[in-house]
Design a protein around this ligand. Sequence first.
Ligand code: PY5
Length: 307
Amino acid sequence: MADITEVEFIWKNGELVPWAEATTHVLSHSLHYGSGVFEGIRCYKDPDSDKSFVFRLRDHMERLHRSAKIASIEIPYTVDELMEATVETIRANHLPSCYIRPLVYRGYGVMGVDPTGAPTDVIIACWPWDAYLGPDALENGISAGVSSWRQRSINAIPPAVKATAAYFNSLMAKLEAKEHGYGEAIMLNEEGRVCEGTGENLFVVRDGILSTPPLSDGLLEGITRDSVLVVADELDIPCVEESLTRSDLYIADEVFFTGSAAELTPVGSIDGRVIGKPGPITKQLQDRFFQIAYGHDEEYADWLTEI
Ligand code: PY5
């Protein structure tokens, strides 16, 4: 499911290097202390027009810069330069559709926790990546379980920073979910409110009303989450950002995850309580999301960067 398909080039510190040569020293600071920040982005090929578009590239690169600011890392490239580098990398690899992984990390040079003096390395990789949560996840949905691991506190690793370090927490929850036979974990925050998945935001539908936890509950400000909020408004689906409890999940009519990797993945059961097949609001939002990502709607042209 999550295997990497190798392609030709990875962009590193301003130039395209052969895939196998995009390596780093084993004593790189970020490898030891999780001091990197990153993004996950998708490029979609429209099956009708054959055109390819990166989805909300500017928003992702702006979030990367915000993450770096929180982590006190200076990225030596502007948002525009990172966008151009992304387009260059996709073109060089001749990829019609792909997943894109920009990573800014502290490289080799110092060994203390204090990163002062470690160089900043920047890479942009891309490769073909199918549905993140399984081959039929988008169509049929997945099972999920509430994790016994809590989401990192907002005063431990701030949710606005997409830091590599945060994913140790996600990994623990993901492995536990797998052990229990679930496709994904749902994390509660320290107060016990529903937060997010290990790499996704979460929405529920009850009595026709769409709701999702507010950012103040400690989740990543997801770009797919924002897209769903915009699209729900356009489709006149009532939508609120409100704190949710574990039992709100069990009694929901529909539940779905959102994320660049996970796209819009329906959830069919939580902790063994059946939610059901993907519901009408989930499907409506999913259809609209892909129409927009494929460039079928001029109104959303500024969300797309053509390759
Ligand atoms: N919450 C977490 C913890 C995430 O890691 C992600 C994205 C999201 C929410 C959704 O954010 P967005 O909609 O902006 O993508 N996760 C990455 C992704 O590429 C990494 C997953 C392996 O989807």
